[in-house]
Design a protein around this ligand. Structure first.
Ligand SMILES: NC(=O)c1ccc[n+]([C@@H]2O[C@H](COP(=O)([O-])OP(=O)(O)OC[C@H]3O[C@@H](n4cnc5c(N)ncnc54)[C@H](OP(=O)(O)O)[C@@H]3O)[C@@H](O)[C@H]2O)c1
Length: 254
């Protein structure tokens, strides 16, 4: 069946769980061929099997995006296989919380490397292909959606370096939009509120007990599919429409 993204190719980072997996599924349902990028190959292979079964097209691309050669190779693999790249969803991310006093610098480095550097490496590698798709492709438009966070707009005690990375992603998105919008590459940021995923599970037990579990117990959190709906909405707009920023949160936080 002809759908809005039929004939396009997309790359989703962090497609092995949560928002990334839900987004990859939805883009495939809309007709895009999807490159699934993350480190856990078994998870990606299971998702690719699911997408294939539903008559979609998926490519498993195991990569650690904090390594720029792996991020570049991931983009190249997608372009080699699909012959093009129309949509990049920069979704891979890590959230490790805690006070600055006595903080673990390795956790800071991991967050900055994934949420900021990884996003930059993937974007840099993908841009020439996206520009080409916008110029010569059937849709005459290409898309980058950066998954930031409500933590890119609001700061909280204990979120310091996560806030820093997401505020950074929001600023970078705005700047890149100005650089390439005239060339019909739309660059937008999507800022979810609380979503039920594995994101908090990598924190130390005391942080999970004090900062994460109470939040999930008190809030009616979103499903990853709610955010995937937002990504699909952004990338299926007609060529003359760009969504610069989309903020999606549970109603009791609104
Ligand atoms: N959940 C929320 O409440 C929430 C709210 C606002 C924003 N967000 C943002 O949404 C995005 C997705 O998070 P999620 O909630 O879906 O969490 P998640 O389930 O933990 O997914 C994170 C994804 O990032 C991937 N990833 C992490 N490090 C990577 C690396 N070095 N290279 C490649 N992939 C890497 C993981 O795959 P591998 O481990 O297999 O590599 C995984 O697929 C993140 O940017 C997060 O900040 C989430």
């Amino acid at each position: 069946m002809e759908s809005k993204l039929t004939g396009t190719a997309a790359l989703v980072t962090g497609a092995s769980s949560g928002i990334g997996a839900a987004t990859a599924r939805q883009l495939a349902e809309h007709g895009a061929a999807v490159a699934l990028v993350a480190r856990r190959q078994d998870r990606l292979a299971a998702l690719a099997g699911e997408i294939d079964k539903a008559d979609g097209t998926a490519l498993v691309v195991p990569a650690d995006i904090t390594d720029h050669t792996q991020a570049e190779a991931a983009v190249q693999q997608a372009v080699d296989r699909f012959g093009r790249l129309d949509i990049l969803v920069n979704n891979a991310g890590v959230m490790l919380l805690g006070p600055v006093v006595g903080a673990d610098v390795e956790q800071w480095e991991r967050m900055i490397a994934t949420n900021v550097q990884g996003l930059l490496y993937t974007t840099r590698a993908a841009l020439p292909h996206l520009l080409q798709a916008a110029e010569q492709g059937p849709r005459q438009v290409a898309d980058i959606v950066n998954i930031s966070s409500i933590a890119g707009r609001v700061a909280w005690n204990g979120y310091g370096v996560y806030n820093l990375t997401k505020f950074g992603v929001n600023g970078f998105t705005e700047s890149l939009r100005q650089e390439v919008t005239q060339r019909h590459v739309r660059v937008g940021v999507l800022e979810p509120g609380g979503v039920a995923t594995e994101l908090g599970s990598h924190n130390r037990p005391e942080i999970r007990n004090e900062m994460i579990d109470p939040f999930y117990e008190q809030t009616e959190v979103l499903a990853p599919e709610d955010i995937a709906d937002g990504v699909a909405y952004m990338v299926t707009r007609p060529r003359h429409t760009a969504i610069g920023e989309l903020w999606i949160m549970p109603t009791d936080q609104a």
